[in-house]
Design a protein. Sequence first.
Length: 322
Amino acid sequence: MSRSALVGNVTAMLEDAGFAVSDRCAIRPKSFDVAARRGGDLLLVKILGNIDAFNEETGHEMRRLGTHLRATPLVIGMRSRDEALKPDVVYFRHGVPVFSPDTAYNLFVEDVPPLIYAAPGGLYVNIDGDLLADERQERDWSLGRLATELGVSRRTVSKYEDGMNASVEVAMELESLFDAPLTSPVEVLTGAEDVHESEPTPDDPAADPDDEAVVATLTRAGFTVHPTVRSPFKAVSTEDARDEEPVLTGHSEFTKAAEKRARIMSSIGRVTRTRSVYVVERATRDSVDGTALVEREELEAMRDADDLREVIRERANREEAA
């Protein structure tokens, strides 16, 4: 299957599951292919035939964007090297959860979350330690007896009850011994890091030298500017002191390529519930599909973030009313 067809299939699956999906980010380089929202769940989705193409730089950018946009970054892929991804197993690459289209279908359409995750050494599951302790005590089994039944140490059993996860084989043996479900699903959307101890969100990269003046102006206006390196926008601008929506920010001469980026920014913004602005030297129109066009001199004359937000709203609304 071609990558284009795979992207189309995954997008259709997300739409069938009730997600609003953005236009595909048909530019290079790109950290994610589509944004998707269903209720309070916002996804930034990278879609690959071979997940080995997912590199560290892209993983770091997706994690940063997940933090700035309050979204879950994830990769949906078919295989790693020459091996297909196992169904209902969550993998991790550079701190980002990865799984197959079948796993995605089960999770998003069938509402059946995966139970297994891959980590160094094999496949693991979450053990409900409290439930395990209750089942053991109800049968009046000591830690030592359960350890003997499992062929592990007493200390290992104690760790299971304290929340340590177990291999698939041990989990199956536990459920067979107690004839009860003792595992809990991998919470991909809200708790993936509970089963994967990733490093803190990577620091923002330095701004492109061509964008430094724009970044300085936005910072002076009260924004915290988070530069990007592999996205259709140059930065995500936020305000730490207020719960205002982030602003996707672009900057370049207004060319056909810039217009394409501005349209993608608008589509992403509708899904991520962000505003978008594209800073240009000279503008011949107010906006592109809801992305406001602002000349650099005009931006420099604005006093604070509220001035820019008002301009963005006015120009987006003006276009919608036209």
